[in-house]
Design a protein around this ligand. Structure first.
Ligand SMILES: *[C@@H]1O[C@H](CO)[C@@H](O)[C@H](O)[C@H]1NC(C)=O
Length: 417
């Protein structure tokens, strides 16, 4: 973890500059000019300092309960995962008009998305207009995010009801033309003994049953990096029936429950388990109803939303990749609980963003979870990380929780190496 360490050292050095600088034993220039005596003193001071630092670090309370997690080595980038530059050809659609367009739906030929400033937007051609807001401004800071609202996963029915998983306001139903909305599952409702903490994505079946992921019992969306770093399996999936208005929990123990999608025959649910780089399959019907298995394991990155592909199978957006470029820093950190405690105690977890390689990657998997194709942007020339891939009008529209545009790639480009 280069950045945080450097930062920490830098911080330490500021307070003890005079004591440390004469003792730098590896600085050749200094070594030739100095005698040995000050170095002994310096060593004593340094050891005392180290002791003090260790004591302070041990006494400092840890704001989390980080768990060790050992990943397998990430898959080799070969076969269907062989690098290409197809994703780097994605255009920056409606650039500057959207902030973090996480999820996308199509209704009567128009695109809709929800953004980091709490807005739900309609995109007709290149024109972007406001449909409504989930919360109340002001927006744009860590402090205002919970009241501003953060629309994440979205789905629309044939009548023009937009169902939105808002990370702070619950499951909402918005009139797609007027923006008027009501709350279907408020945040203060306890489901299976817990209030929702981080509603994230949803899928809806033909009978109006909604499957909603709640990513964590501990962390809100604004603390998503803490959620990833802690690695506690506290995510779950809730089932809400729009007809009976009943809600119950159908899955739990998920390590950051994220994207949710139904199989074409609605017999099972696919759920992204983001922190462990896996996709789960939960049977809804048949002999195995109620059982969960792993559909795809050891993905080359952390999966976000999952959406059906018109070519069969599913599109998987990777929010970050593992080991695609240089050393696999994040996996190494995740395997060490002591290091994670140290990080939690000393530096902002947002710095983890820099531990992930800058590499755009989206996957296409089949119904068995096998990766059948991958589209890469190795230098993040166009896209550094995706949150959802939505098919519309012969194109892939690629959402992102941080970009100021929507990635747009013609589907015919997918077969053009
Ligand atoms: C949305 O609101 C308009 C205007 O009030 C109404 O005509 C329409 O039926 C509403 N749509 C839905 C899906 O309720």
């Amino acid at each position: 973890m280069e950045h945080p360490r450097q930062r920490k050292k830098g911080r330490k050095a500021e307070g003890s500059k005079e004591k440390r600088s004469p003792g730098k034993p590896l600085d050749r220039k200094h070594q030739t000019q100095q005698t040995r005596t000050p170095c002994v003193q310096c060593l004593v001071v340094f050891c005392a300092f180290l002791g003090l630092l260790t004591t302070v670090l041990m006494i400092l309370p840890c704001p989390a309960d980080p768990q060790e997690y050992s990943f397998s080595a990430p898959p080799k980038l070969e076969g269907p995962l062989a690098p290409n530059t197809i994703l780097s050809r994605a255009e920056h659609f409606v650039e500057g008009k959207v902030a973090g367009p996480e999820s996308l739906v199509t209704y009567k030929g128009d695109l809709y998305t929800g953004t980091a400033d709490g807005r739900v937007l309609r995109i007709r051609g290149e024109e972007v207009t406001l449909v409504g807001r989930t919360g109340t401004p002001p927006c744009g800071t860590y402090e205002t995010e919970p009241t501003c609202g953060r629309p994440l996963g979205m789905r629309v029915d044939s009548l023009g009801n937009l169902y939105i998983a808002d990370a702070y306001l619950g499951l909402l139903k918005m009139n797609i033309s007027t923006g008027e909305h009501k709350t279907l599952i408020p945040m203060d409702v306890e489901v299976a003994g817990h209030k929702m903490m981080f509603p994230n994505d949803l899928a809806m079946d033909q009978d109006g049953v909604i499957y909603l992921s709640d990513s964590s019992l501990t962390w809100q969306r604004r603390d998503v990096f803490s959620l990833v770093l802690e690695m506690k399996p506290e995510g779950r999936v809730l089932r809400y029936d729009t007809k009976t208005k009943q809600v119950r929990q159908i899955m739990d123990g998920i390590n950051f429950a994220n994207g949710v999608e139904l199989s074409p025959d609605q017999s099972y649910l696919v759920v992204a388990e983001t922190s462990t780089a896996r996709i789960l399959k939960h049977h809804l019907r048949g002999d195995h109803a109620g059982r969960t298995e792993v559909l795809a394991d050891n993905l080359p990155g952390l999966p976000d939303n999952i959406r059906r592909s018109s070519r069969g199978g599913y599109w998987v957006a990777l929010a970050a990749t593992r080991g695609t470029k240089g050393p696999n820093v994040m996996d190494a950190i995740q395997a060490r609980a002591w290091l994670k405690r140290l990080i939690f105690k000393t530096i902002p977890t947002t710095l983890l963003l820099h531990a992930a390689p800058k590499y755009g990657l989206i996957l296409e998997i089949d119904e068995t979870g096998t990766i059948v194709a991958s589209y890469h942007d190795p230098d993040a020339a166009s896209i550094a990380g995706g949150s959802e891939i939505h098919e519309h009008d012969g194109h892939l529209y690629i959402g992102s929780y941080f970009a100021r545009f929507i990635g747009k790639l013609a589907m015919e480009e997918l077969d053009r190496l």
